[in-house]
Ligand binder design. Structure first.
Ligand SMILES: *Cc1c(COP(=O)(O)O)cnc(C)c1O
Length: 371
């Protein structure tokens, strides 16, 4: 380990403390700290406007809206999903008593390959749960075509896709529902937090009941709900962060441009370019190592970076299908998931956040380029 300062893979977007103090004072004055308070209402409204979606329902994290989406849509049986994601995606299928069915990914985007979905559909399939990995939009049109043909629901885990648009429209409007995570490691955070994106007012009402134990009134419980209400402190924090998130995304964009410029000549390193018509959020900067051409393995580079005080992350390694709890599924067989295995074994996500200095960026690049 060198004595240089550690460069972390991510760094949370933090609101100004004085402004936060003012907001906290207002909460203290009102003595209303949770259960759909005024900052909660305001954040749902401002987020819907910012994201360009009809309705937002806030949650305490990004896992519970996924869990609740499957409940709300009464998903049973088998759910088609991707192994190339954070483990919460599959856990939510399991927690709903459903069987996850893994389908391989498109090697260009890392997202579920729609061409391989139909072969995985059985009479028990009721839903598809894709992930917009790294914030890159899935082939939503093709996925919807398949869903319509077989009468399946589509729930997008959009944890990485805050603010991502395609042809001027939010990709969060796709499918039956989408969910966001506002965890500290994400582009936009509310400390911990998350949201469900909903297309109509009636469903919004139902989801709001479900995240509050199913209460539809003082004495009426309409469904076996859960508790996942966001409190006023985090809603206030979220309102402040929303005011600076565009600037943070632009700072990330500049980092991505520098990484790409510097790495395009490096043999054996592949990275992702912007897609035309897509407004990206630069939530991650994955590189993929071809060990033959690059001259060392992914793990050699990963640990060398670590030694030099540069933290990458091997998102997503191991694949979800490799964890012992899911390994036994027929669809978890590596033969069924060749592209996912290849990607998981070659990826490193480079440090990517709004607070990287020029010096940090240079140090990251030096660990990769100067072998
Ligand atoms: C972060 C993340 C989640 C979970 O979000 P939390 O807010 O941490 O509960 C779910 N899915 C994906 C793809 C994620 O990256």
């Amino acid at each position: 380990m060198t004595n240089k300062e550690l460069i972390t893979v991510t760094s949370p977007l933090l609101p100004d403390l004085e402004e936060l103090h003012d907001m906290l004072q207002q909460i203290w004055d009102k003595r209303w700290i949770t259960n759909n308070g005024s900052f909660h209402k305001q954040l749902e409204k401002e987020l819907a406007e910012y994201l360009g979606v009809p309705f937002v329902s806030l949650f305490t994290n990004g896992t519970l809206p996924l869990l609740t989406a499957l409940q709300a849509l009464k998903i049973t049986g088998e759910v088609i999903t991707t192994p190339y994601s954070f483990v919460a995606t599959t856990h939510c299928i399991w927690w709903n008593g459903c069987k996850p069915v893994f389908v391989d990914i498109d090697p260009n985007t890392g997202n579920i390959d729609p061409k391989k979905i139909e072969a995985a559909i059985t009479p028990r399939t009721t839903a598809i749960m894709p992930v917009h990995v790294y914030g890159t939009p899935c082939d939503t049109k093709e996925i919807q075509n398949i869903a319509d043909k077989y009468g399946l629901k589509v729930i997008y885990d959009a944890a990485h896709a805050f603010g991502v648009k395609k042809n001027g429209t939010s990709i969060l409007n796709e499918g039956d529902m989408s969910t966001l995570s506002f965890h500290a490691t994400k582009v936009y955070n509310t400390l911990e937090g998350g949201a469900m994106i909903i297309h109509d007012e009636e469903t919004k009402k139902r989801i709001d009941f479900l995240k509050n134990f199913g209460f539809a009134g003082e004495t009426e419980v309409v469904a076996p709900g859960i508790n996942s209400k966001m409190d006023e402190v985090r809603a206030a924090y979220g309102l402040l962060n929303l005011r600076q998130v565009d600037k943070a995304i632009e700072a990330r964009h500049q980092v991505a441009l520098q990484y790409r410029e510097a790495l395009q000549e490096t043999e054996g390193i592949r990275f992702m370019n912007d897609l035309s018509g897509v407004k990206h959020n630069y939530s991650y900067f994955p590189i993929f190592i071809d060990e033959e051409k690059y001259g060392s393995t992914r793990d050699e580079l990963y640990f060398k970076m670590k030694e030099q005080g540069v933290n990458g992350r091997r998102y997503f390694y191991p694949l979800i299908s490799e964890f012992s709890i899911y390994q036994g599924e027929d669809s978890a067989s590596p033969d069924n998931l060749p592209n996912a295995h290849k990607m998981a074994n070659s990826v490193i996500c480079l440090p990517m956040h709004h607070a990287l200095s020029q010096d940090d960026i240079n140090r990251v690049l030096e660990t990769i380029i100067i072998k």
